[in-house]
Design a protein around this ligand. Structure first.
Ligand code: ZN
Length: 247
């Protein structure tokens, strides 16, 4: 393939633009904020699930507390009724009086047990409320970090995309000025060789594979016509001769 030396140098400009675009794409993909966002999102989701669990426990406990209060009310009103009967003086029967006293003693024990239970439930509810407050505070804290990372990502994306847009514009202007077969060959090599299709020959070294050319290879490149498109023997990339090639 033939291309005059100036065109070959402009192919290097195209390579620079493409490499720049590749670097921007890599920066966009590997943005540190993305890892932070993924990790913090998981933490927030897990905290939200914890909060739902604790809220469910609190509401279950609230129902149990109300049942217990109802039961305590029932025991109290029954004891009140028994006491009123005893105090009415209408019970003449000693056996009935004994039964009433026994029932009052039993109701008092029952009330004691229920009130202990109510106290335990109240303490458990306080503990759960405390846990809920801590979890909500932790969720808010992580959410703030998540929001900050998302803002950082958006700013970085906007900056990268603006640069990429500008570079793509320059590339779109340059590529049609080069011979289409040369660009096609360059793109084919670029796709197969880690994004580098054309490389400079600098001080006897191919800047594509960074290997030094042998004496015979150098002689061959040096003797090739200036408009001959030469390829690196090692990496097969288009090798562009410049003033600093050392030929
Ligand atoms: Zn090479």
């Amino acid at each position: 393939m033939k291309a005059d030396p100036a065109t070959q140098l402009r192919l290097l400009d195209l390579q620079d633009l493409d490499s720049g675009l590749d670097r921007l794409a890599t920066r966009r993909r590997d943005l540190p904020e993305l890892a932070v966002i993924a990790e913090r999102t998981k933490v927030v989701e897990s905290l939200k699930a914890d909060i739902v669990r604790v809220e469910t426990e609190i509401s279950d406990l609230g129902r149990a507390q109300r049942r217990l209060d109802d039961e305590i009310d029932l025991v109290r009103s029954r004891a009140d009724r028994d006491r009123r009967r005893m105090e009415s003086g209408q019970i003449g029967n000693a056996r009935e009086l004994e039964n009433l006293q026994a029932e009052l003693a039993s109701l008092a024990r029952r009330q004691g047990v229920l009130e202990d239970e109510a106290l335990e439930k109240m303490e458990a509810a306080e503990e759960l409320d405390g846990r809920l407050v801590k979890l909500a505070a932790e969720r808010d804290r992580v959410q703030v970090e998540l929001d900050a990372a998302a803002r950082g990502r958006d700013e970085a994306f906007a900056q990268i995309d603006a640069q990429a847009g500008e570079q793509r514009g320059r590339r779109a202007a340059l590529a049609p000025q080069l011979p289409a077969p040369l660009v096609t060959l360059y793109e084919k090599i670029r796709a197969a060789s880690s994004g580098v299709g054309a490389a400079k020959l600098v001080r006897r070294r191919c800047e594509g594979c960074h290997l030094e050319l042998s004496g015979a290879e150098l002689r061959e490149v040096a003797s090739a016509a200036p408009d001959e498109v030469v390829r690196c023997e090692e990496c097969r990339r288009i090798l562009v001769r410049t003033a600093e090639s050392g030929l």
